[in-house]
Design a binder for this molecule. Structure first.
Ligand SMILES: NC(=O)c1ccc[n+]([C@@H]2O[C@H](COP(=O)([O-])OP(=O)(O)OC[C@H]3O[C@@H](n4cnc5c(N)ncnc54)[C@H](OP(=O)(O)O)[C@@H]3O)[C@@H](O)[C@H]2O)c1
Length: 300
């Protein structure tokens, strides 16, 4: 198997690359920073299962120039052969109140998280259809299933991936090419550490209602779902519930999955209403406390 992982030099992408390498895959890592790429390559190579395996590094910005992305994908194809699985994991995040987020941040997040997945996928799809083999993974987020306080810039860029994935899956399924959208929860990565520095109090408190996963756990599930050709990839029981609840008109992979969606919808909607109520009260509490401290400030 030949896997290309964008964002493969760090966090979830690096763990996905390790997981694929452990299964004997050839790997191409795509990211911008060359030092980080080489560091990740060394780490991944420790997990080889045979001496033919290769880790190739490509330094490119996946969100800027389509022809540049297409060229480097072609170069990798000449060296390692056609890609069997493309994992679009390059991404960036930040949180903040809508009116406080710079307008340029809305553009940057859409560009990296959405176009940065369109470009590599567009560059490999013709070959996958021709060969009638292929897996394309889009790493969205639970914030791509529901919008939460502080994510007005991030959530839309992750929701967009689902629309892309649904439409693309309908086009490529007859060619035996399968699309997976992964919705990871908060995951302990360098990117998550950076994101935490930007989170408003409300976002921190809402995020605190669920636990943080390890990148290895997330990667295992994503690779398993992609190999099985599952459209949805969710992690943990919260993730599973959220995926059933937000399935909409997304493709079903099995009759069992479809039945679970139909049977559990009412129950899960009830649980979701409870969660939404508690998130609203977190936001209201923060507002009241904010007002109180303003009053204290004025009188001080
Ligand atoms: N961690 C979480 O809690 C979480 C939860 C849900 C979803 N996700 C999603 O999972 C993905 C990975 O997140 P992570 O936390 O593992 O992030 P991370 O540790 O910050 O890693 C991000 C990776 O993407 C690469 N990258 C960023 N911008 C790029 C660009 N323009 N072109 C090429 N490569 C680029 C980075 O390398 P360079 O900077 O060197 O380019 C790095 O390899 C993201 O799409 C994120 O939105 C994360």
């Amino acid at each position: 198997m030949d896997s290309r992982v964008t964002g493969g030099s760090s966090g979830i992408g690096k763990s996905i690359a390790i997981e694929c390498y452990k299964q004997g895959a050839f790997i191409t890592l795509v990211a911008r920073n060359e030092d980080k790429l080489l560091q990740a390559k060394k780490e991944i190579e420790k997990h080889s299962i045979n001496d033919k395996q290769v880790v190739l590094c490509i330094s490119v910005d996946v969100s800027q120039d389509y022809s540049q992305v297409e060229n480097v994908i072609k170069q990798a194809q000449e060296k390692l052969g056609p890609v069997d699985m493309l994992v679009n994991c390059a991404g960036t995040t930040m949180a903040g109140k809508f009116e406080e987020v710079e307008v340029s941040a809305f553009e940057r997040l859409m560009s990296v998280n959405y176009l940065g997945s369109v470009y590599p996928s567009r560059a490999v799809i013709a070959t996958m259809k021709e060969r009638r083999v292929g897996r394309i993974v889009f790493v969205s987020s639970q914030a791509g299933q529901l919008g939460l306080f502080g994510y007005t810039a991030y959530s839309p860029s992750k929701f967009a991936l689902r629309g892309l994935a649904e439409a693309l899956q309908m086009e490529v399924k007859p060619y035996n090419v399968y699309v997976t959208v992964a919705y990871p929860p908060d995951t302990d990565t360098p990117g998550f550490v950076e994101e935490n520095k930007t989170k408003p109090l409300e976002t921190k408190l809402i995020s605190g209602t669920t636990s943080v996963c390890s990148p290895e756990q997330v990667a295992k599930q994503i690779v398993k779902d992609a190999m099985q050709g599952n459209f949805n990839s969710s992690i943990g029981s919260d993730g599973y519930m959220l995926s059933l609840l937000t399935c909409g008109m997304s493709p079903v992979t099995s009759i069992t999955e479809g039945l679970q969606q139909v049977v559990t919808m009412g129950l899960f909607r009830t649980i979701a209403l409870f969660y939404l109520g508690s998130f609203d009260s977190i936001v209201r509490r923060c507002m009241v406390q904010g007002k109180k401290s303003e009053v204290v400030d004025k009188t001080a």
